[in-house]
Design a protein around this ligand. Structure first.
Ligand SMILES: Cc1cc2nc3c(=O)[nH]c(=O)nc-3n(C[C@H](O)[C@H](O)[C@H](O)COP(=O)(O)OP(=O)(O)OC[C@H]3O[C@@H](n4cnc5c(N)ncnc54)[C@H](O)[C@@H]3O)c2cc1C
Length: 390
């Protein structure tokens, strides 16, 4: 067996992308994943959707896989409209103003994971250990040793923990996290809408939290509704008609009457930021490093940006020192990504705090902010560029 360069723990969207990226740079990779992914189903869409920004679409395209994603299912959106329940002036971002045909695509977690998984299993530079789990992690001066629960022992020059918000890699390294429980759940489902969504990703701010309608087919939207835990639990159990009445009322009937097309599921919303993204020769990526509020669908985008930035660090390092895994570049990568992810996580949280609040002063402020944001074109374009990943 060839000596390993990198062991990636976790084969979600971020770990699979990291493994592929490293393998395509000529590095020898082992990928450890606890469960083989459940297959994408044409007839039963995965409720966990992603608003994939253009820079992350480019990352998937660089693997030669974007067409495979489109062959399954992905819906472009060319406008993003942000409004609140009280004020009339919405904030609208148009792809045309940025000279683009669209701002991003809505796609299912299962579809992207399946496409990446298929590529990983055919990649000669990747050894796959699945189903298996990390059991131990020890570092020596020059390598990381990882013991798997199956008894397999692996060693490599670098380890990557991409094993999600409850990361075992992070725990084994003793890296502390800064946690904030929003006391909310994100309720997700697919609904039929009476009016067409106009290829727009809608984000409505309510006192209780944001409600997104994301285009998913002609008269179909994926909704992501942030609610107090009690309200989410209540709405999960109500009759479909009663649920849709509450939804239509919250969304001010913008797309007409809705009809439920799927089960409803809810997941707890919390911010969890690891204190560092590097320790010794191990890196944390994706939700293992930063689980954030799913406002504007940016959570997954941050994780995939970790991967793109790591590719740039490998390339720069190989150019300078002849070694893609040079420590100084990795430390620089971790510092930059840590500050960008922290700023983004806190920005999402502050937007949520200002816009999802029944405080009268904040309510007045948000109306002004939306109006101002819409009128100041350079500010609006800067926000649109950030959301689209340009
Ligand atoms: C229901 C739901 C809806 C969501 N909706 C949105 C949304 O609308 N917008 C948005 O931006 N985000 C959303 N999110 C969050 C988004 O899914 C995550 O940000 C994203 O999946 C993170 O990707 P990841 O690869 O870092 O982690 P994960 O997707 O969590 O992948 C981690 C992987 O590691 C594996 N693993 C875990 N422990 C071990 C171990 N010990 N050994 C080996 N492997 C292990 C797991 O099996 C898993 O495959 C949602 C999440 C949920 C649950």
């Amino acid at each position: 067996m060839k000596a390993l360069d990198i062991i990636v723990v976790g084969g979600g969207m971020v770990g699979l992308s990291a493994a592929l990226m490293a393998a395509r740079q000529g590095l020898q990779v082992a990928l450890v994943e606890a469960h083989a992914p459940k297959p994408w189903q044409k007839e039963q869409p995965d409720q966990r959707v992603v608003a994939l920004a253009l820079d992350n679409q480019a990352l998937i395209d660089s693997f030669g896989l974007w067409q495979d994603v489109l062959d399954r299912r992905a819906y472009p959106y060319s406008t993003m409209t942000v409004f609140d329940a009280v004020h009339s002036t919405p904030l609208r971002f148009d792809a045309g103003e940025l000279g683009r045909p669209y701002l991003g695509h809505i796609l299912e977690n299962d579809a992207l994971v399946e496409v990446l998984w298929q590529a990983v299993i055919h990649e000669s530079n990747i050894l796959l250990y699945c189903p298996d789990k990390i059991g131990s992690l020890h570092e020596t001066e020059s390598e990381v040793r990882i013991g798997l629960q199956s008894g397999v022992e692996l060693s490599a020059r670098l380890a990557i923990g991409a094993d999600g918000a409850s990361s075992r890699v992070r725990e084994l390294l003793g890296i502390a996290t800064e946690d904030h429980d929003y006391g909310q759940k994100g309720l997700v489902a697919f609904v039929h809408t009476e009016r067409t969504h106009e290829h727009t990703a809608w984000q409505c701010f309510l006192d209780s939290g944001p409600l997104a309608f994301l285009p998913f087919g002609e008269h179909c939207c994926s909704i992501v509704w942030s609610l107090s835990q009690t309200e989410a639990d209540r709405l999960l159990k109500t009759e479909p008609e009663v649920f849709c009445q509450a939804l239509d009322s919250a969304f001010a009937g913008k797309l007409g009457k809705t009809r439920l097309l799927s089960d409803r599921i809810a997941f707890p919303l919390r911010r969890r930021l690891a204190k560092t993204m590097i320790q010794g020769r191990t890196l944390l990526l994706g939700d293992a490093a930063h689980a954030v509020h799913p406002l504007a669908g940016q959570g997954v985008n941050l994780g995939l940006r970790d991967v793109s930035a790591l590719r740039d660090a490998f390339t720069a390092s190989a150019g300078k020192t002849g070694d893609a895994l040079d420590g100084a570049q990795l430390v620089r990568w971790a510092r930059t990504r840590y500050s960008e992810n922290t700023v983004a996580a806190l920005a999402f949280e502050n937007i949520n705090r200002i816009f999802s609040n029944d405080n009268v002063a904040l309510s007045l402020l948000r109306g002004h902010l939306l109006g101002i944001g819409d009128r100041i074109v350079p500010l609006k374009n800067a926000m649109a560029r950030y959301a689209a990943g340009l």
